[in-house]
Design a protein around this ligand. Structure first.
Ligand code: ADP
Ligand code: ZN
Ligand code: ZN
Length: 672
């Protein structure tokens, strides 16, 4: 008798046994890693074989046979299953759900795989020795050479490198050279980036650099069929370069030779539902299991990564200068809002700097991390402010395209009321500024200038965003007003001025990570300027010009900033000096969620190594009609925390039974 232990997409942490009928499946005996169709309840489901045994704890008479073994995709390797097992254990998710979640939808459905269109998925085919031909116009400089040589020497073994290179230092060039080397050895390269839609230039650059290589692009916005094909290309070993967002780290890769994580500090590497994994940490694990080096590249490392470097766990490589000869880091200055009046949100030195760029035909970028017209619509007579009925948050006033009041948390849309609903006052005022209002102000002040606004409202479609960004790169637009969308990775040669408008709101945040994030964002958005011969300038409007974060930014002193942050974190007992997990609960009433968390904290005896904090409501307590609260756990020992979470979660009631939905978040980074 042969029994298959199958992982199924169910929220239960167990495997299910099935009999394998050697008559039906005589041609190819089912083995570990095969996808199989099995009866489950009243339905047929697709699962993955994780063990073949010759006995079962279940009576033979009650075992059902496997319906069919699927052979349309490569068998999942033991190494891949090991990765899934590790992730499932570490992030406290059922193994079956973890495995299923890593497969494209088609591979876990009963439907046949989509037919491949010849032109589909953009994989320029090409295999064999020609595949690694690298087309590059640059001779690497000495810092780049050193990085390339150090990492090349580690090929074939596991080692984690931090490539700390300032903006424009030529990190991508380093990746490309390393990938060429890996491809020449017949191996695959996995490259993870934060958000592919925001960096269409990167994909183009890879395609240009490797005209003969087969490149698989993987991200969540792909159509089902395209994603399946890209996944299969990667899993079969046909694609030699896999370029994608965090989910690409879950792809089976038979010949993995290097992993690159670009902008490793970026928060979007963290998944916020289901398996709440860190794409960066999963990449390091992946490299370890594949015995290959992993390169974490960034201008502003996460403090976790910096800490690992300091401890000698990661090797530090530095690119201290801009790669284009003559290009310098921009000059950073603060504009003191206590002295300069900022009429309509823009201080005089900022306006003068923009005017000077207009006169010289150069571009300016106005960075304000808030879309819409105004964050608040208020009644001055009685103090009423428009709030969302489903969230504990204000409605944001929008004046263009889809005008009205928008909730940025649940997506609710409302008409602007004619009068104050509490006192009847008809004179409702927008308070504060977003991108639309700044655009309006700039249009009035500089009527001759071509002003482009780039935020999620102006560019709903990825293709449109890509076109706009390309245009800006060619010099289109005199003044660019934008959010985060404009900050990341783009190369705008004619941009020489960056003005940051509302940095202070992040400075005043209670989240201990906000200074780290603000530093990264400002270094990154500032790094858009002065990328060629003309020097760049960054002006930051603030009421706190003496703040150490700004002082570090002015000196381009990441290391100094990181040291002071780490000292603060150590003093306060925050990560990376302790390890954290959060238990979050959602219910229709806040008290129900809080009571659940209080009871959960008393369910088991808490060992001394673990600190359990009192439950607290989220900052935005209600979102889309759901009340949310959480409870934080800390420990200086990761294994102790892991062990406790395993025991604890097993005693928590099923998520659906009590009217409370709960989940665990290991290494949480967001607490809103
Ligand atoms: P980063 O990713 O570090 O911000 P990029 O890789 O985008 O930097 O490089 C910045 C610019 O420098 C690009 O225009 C790139 O073509 C150019 N560049 C990279 N390496 C060199 C080099 N060795 N010599 C000259 N220019 C280079
Ligand atoms: Zn009123
Ligand atoms: Zn809402």
């Amino acid at each position: 008798m042969r029994v298959l232990r199958v992982a199924l997409d169910v929220p239960i942490a167990k495997l299910f046994d099935y009999l394998i009928d050697s008559v039906i499946n005589s041609a190819t005996p089912a083995a570990v890693g095969d996808r199989v169709v099995v009866p489950f309840g009243t339905r047929q489901r697709v699962g993955v074989v994780v063990e073949v045994a010759d006995a079962s704890a279940v009576a033979v008479s009650r075992l059902k046979p496997v319906t069919r073994v699927l052979e349309d995709a490569p068998r999942l390797s033991a190494a891949w299953l090991e990765q899934m097992r590790f992730l499932a254990t570490y992030y406290q998710r059922p193994f079956g759900e973890t495995v299923a979640g890593a497969l494209p939808a088609r591979l876990r459905s009963l439907k046949p795989l989509p037919k491949r269109r010849k032109s589909a998925a953009g994989s320029s085919s090409g295999t064999g020795a020609a595949g690694h031909r690298l087309v590059s116009s640059h001779q690497p400089n000495s810092a780049q050479i050193q990085a390339i040589e150090r990492i090349s020497a580690a090929l074939g073994s596991f080692r984690t490198f931090l490539l700390h290179g300032i903006t424009g230092s030529g990190k991508t060039e380093v990746y490309l050279r390393l990938i060429a080397e890996v491809l020449s050895r017949g191996l695959q390269a996995l490259v993870l980036v934060p958000e592919i839609g925001l960096t269409p230039q990167l994909e183009a650059r890879f395609r240009q650099a490797f005209p003969d290589a087969r490149i698989a692009v993987l991200h969540s916005a792909l159509e089902d069929a395209a994603r399946t094909h890209a996944w299969l290309d990667a899993a079969r070993g046909d694609a030699s370069i896999i370029l994608g967002t965090r989910l690409a780290v879950l792809t089976p890769l038979p010949r993995l030779g290097i992993v690159v994580v670009d902008e490793e500090h970026d928060a979007s590497f963290k998944q916020h539902e289901g398996l709440r994994y860190s794409g960066r940490d999963a990449a390091v694990l992946r490299a370890k299991l594949a015995d290959c080096p992993v390169v974490l590249g960034t201008a502003t490392p996460s403090l976790e990564t910096w800490f690992n470097c300091r401890a000698g766990r990661y090797a530090l490589l530095t690119l201290p200068e801009r790669a284009v000869p003559g290009a310098q880091l921009p000059t950073v200055r603060t504009v003191d809002l206590r002295i300069e009046s900022a009429e309509h949100g823009l201080a005089k030195p900022v306006l003068e700097a923009i005017r000077a760029r207009l006169a010289r035909g150069e571009q300016s970028l106005i960075f304000i991390n808030r879309r819409g017209y105004a964050p608040v619509l208020a009644c001055e007579a009685c103090g009423w402010a428009a709030g969302c009925t489903r969230c504990s948050a204000r409605m944001v006033l929008h004046t263009t395209a889809v005008g009205g009041l928008h909730c940025h948390h649940c997506g609710a849309l409302e008409k602007v009321p004619r009068e104050c609903p509490t006192c009847g006052n008809v004179d409702l005022r927008p308070v504060g500024r977003g991108t639309q209002r700044i655009e309006e102000t700039l249009t009035a002040l500089f009527p001759e200038a071509h002003i482009l606004r780039i935020d999620r409202d102006s560019t709903r479609q990825r293709a449109q965003l890509a076109r706009t960004l390309e245009g800006i790169g060619r010099g289109e637009g005199d003044i660019l007003v934008g959010t985060q969308l404009l900050a990341k990775g783009h190369d705008f040669p004619n941009l020489t001025l960056v003005c940051v408008l509302n940095a202070d709101s992040a400075l005043l945040s209670t989240d201990y990570r906000s200074a780290e994030r603000l530093f990264a964002t400002l270094a990154q958005v500032g790094g858009r300027s002065g990328r060629r011969e003309q020097p760049g300038e960054v002006l930051v409007q603030t009421r706190y010009p003496g703040h150490p974060m700004f002082q570090a930014l002015i000196r381009h002193d990441y290391a100094g900033f990181a040291e002071s942050q780490l000292a603060e974190r150590e003093g306060a007992g925050f990560p990376p000096f302790v390890h954290e997990a959060a238990l979050r609960a959602e219910a229709s009433k806040l008290e129900v969620a809080m009571a659940f968390l209080r009871a959960a904290a008393r369910l088991v005896e808490v060992p001394e190594a673990i600190q359990v904090y009192d439950p607290v409501p989220h900052v935005i307590t209600r979102r889309a009609g759901v009340e949310r609260a959480q409870l934080l756990l800390q420990s200086s020992s990761r294994p102790a925390l892991q062990e406790f979470l395993r025991l604890w979660s097993a005693t928590l009631p099923a998520s659906t039974s009590s009217g409370v939905r709960w989940h665990l978040d290991v290494d949480p980074i967001e607490f809103d």
